[in-house]
Ligand binder design. Structure first.
Ligand code: SAM
Length: 279
């Protein structure tokens, strides 16, 4: 084990004032390059709320960068102490370095680097599920993050990313989850594997489709539900649609061709979970 690895495991505090510090460069790369996130298995989440969500949910923290304001903030100090005790390196940085790391003029007071988590498709247990949302080649990180947040809000079980999807650990996606990323299991799979799952699913399989013949308010949605959503531009692929028992449609009256993917997912999820949601 290298010296830096040893000190990281024990938890350490490091002051960084230079933009050219290797850790600053590493974090910049994680913010801007999917390849670097994939190779390292790490990602960046901005903000104190996300840091406390991640730490409380037991995610591995690699670095926690604290700007000047965070060093005066009790919650940030507590988060840093917990993360450090679990082996994270605490970085004390100035506002300029925080800006450089996150490529933002007004950076958050805390920025964390965490280990990614993706579950295996085999871990899906329909018997223990309410609703899994499957996304066919979702492209927009904001849509993906918003869907993860909504899945969390309605008490659905998790999200399955099917085929070539946007990176759930991209900064924009993580930001849009508002912390729900740390509470919602994510699975990645291929279209072939997904079709097998859909065909053997024991409960309701409902795919949203602009050509669906079933009004989304009519099925009884007996759980476990597999809700399947199409790609932003191309909609749901034909093979995917054929693997699903019911094609549901959300009525529209104006001139819009379709609803935004995250909006259509939210409307469907609230209908599916309606009986389980009380104020
Ligand atoms: N041009 C695409 C098409 O032909 O399907 C539009 C895709 S739409 C932006 C993205 C996804 O949101 C669709 O594939 C579907 O899953 C869902 N969606 C959007 N509006 C819908 C509606 N009115 N009824 C059912 N699903 C809808």
């Amino acid at each position: 084990m290298s010296q830096s690895e040893k000190s990281r495991r024990m938890g350490a505090v490091k002051q960084i004032t230079s933009h050219s510090n290797p850790i600053v460069k590493e974090i910049k790369g994680l913010v801007s390059q999917r390849k670097q996130r994939t190779q390292s298995g790490l990602f960046v989440a901005e903000g104190l709320k996300l840091a406390t969500d991640a730490i409380e949910a037991g995610w591995e923290v690699r670095y926690l960068a604290l700007g000047p304001e965070a060093r005066e903030n009790r919650i940030a100090q507590k988060a840093a102490a917990t993360a450090k005790a679990k082996g994270a390196m605490i970085l004390e940085v100035n506002t300029a370095v925080m800006s450089a790391m996150t490529r933002k003029d007004n950076p958050q007071m805390v920025v964390g680097v965490y280990e990614q988590r993706l579950q295996d498709i085999e871990s899906i247990d329909p018997a223990a599920a309410t609703v899994w949302v499957a996304l066919d080649r979702v492209r927009d990180p904001g849509n993906l993050g918003t869907i993860i947040r909504t899945v969390d809000a309605v008490g659905a079980t998790g999200v399955i990313l099917v085929g070539d999807c946007t990176d759930p650990f991209a900064v924009e996606a993580v930001r849009a989850t508002m912390g729900s990323l740390f509470h919602v299991p994510l699975v990645k799979t291929t279209e072939e594997t997904f079709k097998k799952i859909a065909q053997s699913w024991p409960g309701t399989v409902a795919a949203t489709h602009l050509k669906g013949s079933v009004d989304y308010r009519t099925p009884d949605y007996s759980e476990p539900v597999l809700l399947v959503m199409g790609n932003e531009q191309k909609g749901l692929g034909d093979d995917m649609a054929n693997a699903c028992k019911t094609l549901i449609r959300i009525p529209q009256v104006g001139e819009a061709d379709s609803l935004n993917l995250a909006v259509a997912t939210g409307i469907s999820l609230y209908e599916i979970r309606r009986k389980n949601l009380d104020l």
